[in-house]
Ligand binder design. Structure first.
Ligand SMILES: Nc1nc2c(ncn2[C@@H]2O[C@H](COP(=O)(O)OP(=O)(O)OP(=O)(O)O)[C@@H](O)[C@H]2O)c(=O)[nH]1
Length: 212
């Protein structure tokens, strides 16, 4: 299990990706603070760190909010860094759905076992809808991930369900890795490596932010 070196607290890292303007920053800030920030302009990737309580235990959560990524500038580094990925689109923007579809494929090509969810945002704008809920659900099924439709603006409770699903899934994977690690000899571990298959990443280039 990934732990914080200082206090042994379990840690889960999440990458939030999707086309520009789908609400990635608003979603991240809403989840961590329950506040809605209407205009959130940023031209850099932001790394949020927060200690949360999940199932009565403390958990260090790190979320990288990848700014305006598209398929040409796919955030590979963030995908290798993270334990889980939240792919966001805007239900009023067909193009953002198409990009989410490409991104899902790309994520799963890089890390086929990664915990991934698909999230359709701006459900409050029903009159402007361009992507039916069933299309989102179908895309998620095709990519073997969970699907949620939410409105960050209206503070849908589904936002918290979605993130809790991700965190619970990551923690159970981390626990099973930990158990497995102790059940094989150090020699085998040395020979086969840790199986992370991760490329080096430079976390320091992300702007770090702690919200309260
Ligand atoms: N109506 C509505 N607007 C939303 C919702 N979520 C976010 N927005 C608005 O959508 C716009 C974009 O939100 P951001 O959070 O900046 O989107 P982003 O994906 O981080 O954008 P980039 O930083 O450009 O990648 C802002 O004007 C938000 O107020 C929502 O659920 N409903």
């Amino acid at each position: 299990m990934k732990t914080d070196d200082k206090n042994n607290m379990p840690k889960v890292r999440i990458a939030v990706i999707g086309k520009s303007n789908v609400g990635k920053s608003a979603l991240t800030v809403r989840y961590l603070t329950r506040r809605f920030i209407g205009e959130y302009r940023s031209n850099t990737d932001l790394l949020y760190r927060q200690t949360l309580t999940l199932n009565n235990s403390s958990l260090e959560v790190e979320i990288v909010d990848v700014c305006s990524c598209d398929i040409k500038a796919f955030p590979e580094e963030a995908i290798y860094w993270a334990d889980a990925c939240v792919v966001v689109y805007d239900i009023t923007c067909r193009n953002s759905f198409n990009q989410a579809s490409d991104m899902l494929q790309r994520v799963l090509n890089l890390r086929s076992q990664m915990t991934t969810i698909l999230l359709g945002n701006k459900a409050d704008l029903e009159h402007l809808r361009q992507v039916e809920e069933l299309e989102g659900r179908t895309l998620a099924v095709q990519n073997n991930c969970q699907f949620f439709e939410v409105s960050v603006a209206e503070n849908s409770s589904t936002i918290y369900t979605a993130f809790d699903t991700v965190l619970n899934d990551c923690r159970s994977i981390q626990s099973s890795h930990k158990t497995r690690k102790f059940s094989v000899s150090k020699m085998i571990g040395t020979l086969i490596g840790n199986g992370n298959n991760k490329v080096p990443h430079n976390e320091s280039r992300w702007h770090s932010r702690r919200l309260s």
